[in-house]
Design a protein around this ligand. Sequence first.
Ligand code: 13P
Length: 262
Amino acid sequence: MNPSKRRTVIAGNWKMNFTPAEATAFINAIKPMVAGKDNCDIIFCAPYVTIAAAQAAAEGSNIKIGAENVHFAEKGAYTGEVSAQMLTACGVEYVIIGHSERRQYFGETDETVNLRTKAALAAGMKVILCLGEVKEQRLSGITDEVVAMQTKLDLAGISAEDLKNVIIAYEPVWAIGTGMVATPQSAQDAAQAFREHLRATFNEHVAQAVRVLYGGSVSSKNAVELITEPDVDGFLIGGAALDVDELTRVCTLTLATTSSHK
Ligand code: 13P
């Protein structure tokens, strides 16, 4: 079991869902369930236009509201983009960077993921960095190489000190929104491989301290077996984070398991 007592993270990625009114209703409904769960970080990453409403609803609770992306420039001619300075000015602490949907549909590369990560960290934000292999890479047996290369490129030039503010989310692309969840063993293998990379690049302390999440079709049916793995510190959840009842089940099961095992 996890000896380092890393805080569990349950993060929801709302993607392009929820109007401000829907986000308010969701947060109000989930608030009683998360009340008092102070031994974990509960974060919902929201579309930019929904952040303020979600923050207002979450006020006074242990829920944190994050963004789903951030640009690497401070300001300038980047139509449609939002900077880390703008987010922090709005009280946003967390941001997802490098989600596979950004990589697949919006031309995000390891280079831009790295630039965005550095900019967010420099602005004092906490980054949820997403990476993971696509189906063809898994079928070709090169998952380890792909994930090692993404880790190396995405974290290039980031200091051990800054890594305290990075959470890694391993999201095998073929498992996202498909109902095909990674086996607990392959989630564990990937999480362990990240730690080995961090150990080799930084040091043992960093390798043990960084939280590694699993994402991809997480539900109440698979949360317990995934979180039982020693190197899996929590989840980045898509579909189930839009459904109050299902998310309540995932949180309850996950936190009951971490408090008894980890
Ligand atoms: P699903 O949980 O819907 O598979 O989405 C996972 C995800 O993309 C979280 O970022």
